[in-house]
Design a protein around this ligand. Structure first.
Ligand code: AKG
Ligand code: FE2
Length: 271
């Protein structure tokens, strides 16, 4: 017999798998934590490789530029540098199984950023935001999902992520009093992913520990939403022969350059 009793209820939601329950959590309260998406060994590999990418990116530009645009301690477009970030992170099956339920079969990767929340240092992600900046509308169903892979335990001491449950369902940013009463820290163990509606208000916490707190944020969107930085341009055709990756990386949803190319793309699909 069910533990949950009710009366006067005709419509029900069935969750007979972990995946369905994660999806239900995202749809209603805006977030879930999926445990064990990376092994201990994969977490270590991810940290090392992420630091290498960030070191490379720091050399591309004067540090003054990165600081000025508040982009310090963010390693961008990781999967372009190493396919570990594509296969083990962005395409992680435990995560994409849930995204499949929430966004449907066709979604693309919009961003993949390594986030270093330094011990005792200010970081702009401490500020509340939606991952789609300046957007104040609500949608009856999710169209963008963020999956933050935790390369450390995330908690209140080391600056774990704070979320405002169900805030994807409201337009304006809530009052200070409401936020202080309702914000929660998503305590998430190392190797797990905090998966949330990208319209949910969230922020990193203040890292009061002695160690940097590191995560990788992946944002998955329906294909009519533009990538922040074009993966097809950065990858220059790499992976485009694989039908799934062609869609996932955004090759198929790039803006066509002219009428003829637009028509030819459709013609080639019909072959
Ligand atoms: O580092 C965090 O806890 C949050 C990161 C974040 O909000 C982002 O990458 O957009
Ligand atoms: Fe964010």
């Amino acid at each position: 017999m069910s533990q949950i009793q009710h009366y006067g209820v005709n419509e029900f939601t069935k969750t007979d798998t972990d995946t369905a329950l994660h999806a239900e959590n995202i749809i209603i309260r805006g977030y879930t934590v999926i445990p064990n998406v990376l092994s201990a060994e994969e977490v270590e590999i991810a940290k090392t490789k992420m630091n290498e990418v960030y070191a490379k990116q720091l050399k591309e530009l004067d540090n003054g530029v990165i600081e000025k645009i508040n982009d310090t301690d963010i390693a961008r477009a990781l999967l372009v540098y190493d396919d570990f970030f594509l296969h083990k992170v962005a395409l992680n099956k435990k995560v994409t199984d849930v995204i499949n339920v929430v966004l449907g079969k066709y979604f693309i990767i919009r961003e993949q950023n390594g986030i270093i929340n330094r011990a005792n240092s200010p970081n702009y992600q401490l500020k509340w935001h939606r991952d789609l900046l300046f957007q104040h509308f609500t949608s009856s169903r999710p169209f963008a999902i963020s999956a933050l892979f935790c390369l450390q335990d995330f908690n209140e001491i080391n600056g774990g992520t704070y979320l405002l449950p169900a805030s994807q369902k409201i337009e304006a940013f809530p009052s200070e009093e409401y936020i202080l009463q309702n914000e929660i820290c998503a305590n998430a163990p190392i190797g797990s992913a905090i998966v949330f509606d990208s319209m949910l208000y969230h922020r990193a916490g203040h890292n009061k520990s002695q160690n940097d707190r590191i995560g990788i944020n992946n944002m998955y969107v329906q294909p009519y939403i533009k990538q922040a930085i074009s993966f097809p341009s950065m990858l220059k055709g790499k992976y485009s022969d694989d039908p799934y990756l062609n869609l996932f990386l955004g090759y198929d949803s790039e803006t066509d350059s002219d009428v003829k190319s637009w028509r030819m793309k459709r013609f080639n699909r019909k072959k």
